[in-house]
Design a protein around this ligand. Structure first.
Ligand code: F6R
Length: 624
């Protein structure tokens, strides 16, 4: 939540800052701003309420010039999304200018203290407290300092920033510019991600790697409690409470074409159509025909540790939680290991019994979701081994876990998760095969599963051909105010995910239910104006779902059914049918997710919604 960028070097800072903010806009988009230091050392700020494009227009009419600057796109926590609450914020008499991502829990008490010392607050944000606090520490530092900046460059700035940070309770990703030291940016993180980009005589800071693509391919992932001192020709990283830290420079795996629209009108549509490739990437190098199993490079567990696993906890939020639920069905079916699926926000404050045989997987596209991070930390504290299933390389959850599996889906920018969801389902299917083959699954059964996996990308490609049909059906139902999504067994999670996709981008109320559970309450919602979307592939609950469709039809409810090619029985019952290729039951949820994503996309488009930036949401939820 919230995106931060920073630049120091030889080009016009504004160019990178605006470009970077556009790429980070998915993290928050209610207001934005930049601050640039010019050659004379004066800092100018431009802020606007609303989207980045408003900021871009303001900057086009009054350009800010200079080769050092910071910028921010906001998802409001403290204070409404006004221009005044937009970042950057200044401390004291423009002594420091800062942008912040995160939440400062003790800001009220710090604010009260600073106000008694004469600091005047201009905004309702928690961030402004940090700006004044750093200013305060700088002033105290300069009156007491015995360390000359010529001995350790910017030592007094670093000391003051660290002194301020040590008084904060909460989370921060922070960039700071200094009125009296116009050539340096200090960046710090605790609980909110920050990366540094290393260029030739220029350096970049950003909340994630996407702004760096096309500017540099060298990246440093900052860890919690690290403080970086960045000038045009140097980067030094120190620990907040200790000394200098050796930072490793890694190769950036994102390229500029991964983060542009490539001719699509929306990232969501682009990402839906990338799924044949992203699913292939999720299994690339992970299928081993010789042993009829899956293999993973980064689990960091010995065969003995893996063999002794007797319970698995899958924890996640939102869409990732739906993937986890499918994981439960698959792992229990293939491997006969008991699985529990936990909302991360609940797990982190519960106290489940600790058992040395329990393995915890945190599933997260962004790898930054605060609740999921909190849950994994809590599980580690209790002595559980924790693994991550993440998309974002170097993310906080990936760093925190003992090991893990990357999705390799490429950057997901549309706020509604699509390709990351199917990749999570794919990785969990591989995991189920992996644990299954360590236990009960025969070689032959393993090979049959592998063959289904191999065929999946082309089946997903074929499922994308439902786009036109989805559009036609969307036109018919886009005026509805309520939808039900119903599926059973492997497709119960698909129903939940279909409903979430619709509600988050079209603002239509939608509920996902196990199809048979409907008659225990939600069936009261069924009427002529409430469509029910059934996911009803062939399989062992097919007849049961058919009966559930009859129940809805008997009450006058319109039925949209996702069926397998050639299904005539459902077609005779349902009002509208979208047919997808036949695949084995356990991978059907991946194929069936495609028309549900397309249906939501077209309905939202027809209702004039902002597909990639739905109201009130942000891609990466880094607050509790
Ligand atoms: C819905 C969506 C959210 C996320 C949730 C968890 O389309 O994207 O529900 O799935 O916020 O995010 P990650 O997976 O990044 O932890």
């Amino acid at each position: 939540m919230c995106g931060i960028v920073g630049y120091v070097g030889h080009r016009e800072a504004c160019e990178f800052l605006l470009d970077g903010l556009r790429r980070l806009e998915y993290r928050g988009y209610d207001s934005a701003g930049v601050a640039i230091t010019d050659q004379a050392g004066d800092v100018s700020i431009c802020k606007t309420a609303g989207r980045i494009e408003r900021l871009a227009s303001a900057l086009a009419s009054s350009p800010l010039q200079g080769s050092i600057g910071i910028g921010h796109t906001r998802w409001a926590t403290h204070g409404p999304p006004t221009e005044g609450n937009a970042h950057p914020h200044i401390g004291g008499e423009r002594v420091v200018t800062i942008c912040h991502n995160g939440v400062i829990e003790n800001f009220q008490e710090l604010k009260a203290r600073l106000e008694t010392e004469g600091y005047v607050f201009q905004s309702a944000t928690d961030t402004e407290v940090i700006a004044h606090l750093i200013t305060d520490c700088l002033e105290k530092e300069s009156s007491e300092s015995k360390v000359s900046d010529s001995v350790a460059p910017y030592a007094s700035l670093v000391t003051a920033v660290k002194a301020a940070l040590s008084q904060l309770r909460g989370t921060y990703g922070l960039v700071v510019m200094f009125r009296d030291h116009p050539g340096v940016i200090i960046a710090a993180r605790l609980g909110s991600p920050l990366v540094l980009g290393i260029g030739d005589d220029e350096h970049f800071v950003a909340s994630d790697a996407s702004p760096l693509a096309g500017y540099t391919d060298k990246i440093v992932y900052l860890s919690d409690h690290q403080v970086a001192v960045i000038t045009a020709d140097s980067v030094r990283v120190t620990h907040r409470d200790h000394g200098e830290v050796r930072h490793s420079v890694e190769n950036l795996q994102v390229d500029a074409t991964d983060v542009d629209l490539a001719g699509y009108p929306h990232y969501m549509l682009k990402e839906i159509f990338e799924q044949p490739e992203s699913i292939k990437n999720a299994m690339r190098g992970r299928l081993c025909e010789d042993d009829a199993t899956a293999m993973f490079g980064g689990l960091n567990l010995t065969p003995q540790q893996l063999g002794s696993v007797n319970r698995i906890i899958l924890t996640a939020c939102g869409t990732s939680w739906h993937a986890a639920l499918l994981g439960e069905y698959l792992i229990e079916e293939f491997a006969r290991i008991p699985v529990e699926v936990e909302y991360a926000s609940e797990l982190r404050y519960r106290n489940p019994p600790v058992d040395p045989g329990t393995l915890v997987f945190a599933i997260s596209q962004s790898g930054e979701t605060a609740d999921t991070l909190g849950a994994i930390r809590e599980m580690k504290r209790k002595g559980h081994r924790t693994l991550a299933i993440c998309n974002t390389v170097g993310s906080s959850i990936a760093q925190e876990a003992d090991g893990g599996i990357y999705l390799h889906a490429g950057p997901e920018i549309g706020v509604a998760s699509t390709k990351a969801y199917t990749s999570q389902c794919m990785v969990l299917s591989l995991l189920a095969l992996y644990f299954g083959r360590m236990r009960h699954l025969s070689f032959d059964a393993g090979m049959r599963i592998i063959n289904e996996f191999h065929a999946l990308p082309s089946k997903v490609r074929a499922a994308l051909q439902t786009d036109e049909e989805s559009k036609r059906i969307a036109a018919k139902y886009s005026g509805a105010n309520n939808f039900l999504y119903l599926g059973r067994q492997y497709n119960f999670p698909t129903a939940l995910e279909g409903a979430l996709k619709l509600k988050e981008i079209s603002y239509i109320h939608a509920e996902g239910y196990p199809a048979a559970e409907m008659k225990h309450g939600p069936i009261a919602l069924v009427d002529e104006a409430t469509p029910s979307v059934f996911i009803v592939p062939q399989g062992f609950v097919y007849e049961k779902v058919l009966a559930n469709i009859e129940e809805v039809k008997a009450r006058g409810g319109p039925v949209i059914a996702i069926v397998e090619h050639g299904d005539t029985r459902v077609a005779a019952l349902a009002d509208d049918v979208i047919s997808v290729p036949s695949v084995a039951e356990f991978v059907q949820p991946i194929v069936s997710a495609i028309p549900l994503q397309l249906l939501s996309y077209h309905i939202a488009l027809m209702r004039g919604c902002d597909i990639d930036k739905p109201r009130n949401l942000a891609k990466s939820v880094t607050v509790e």
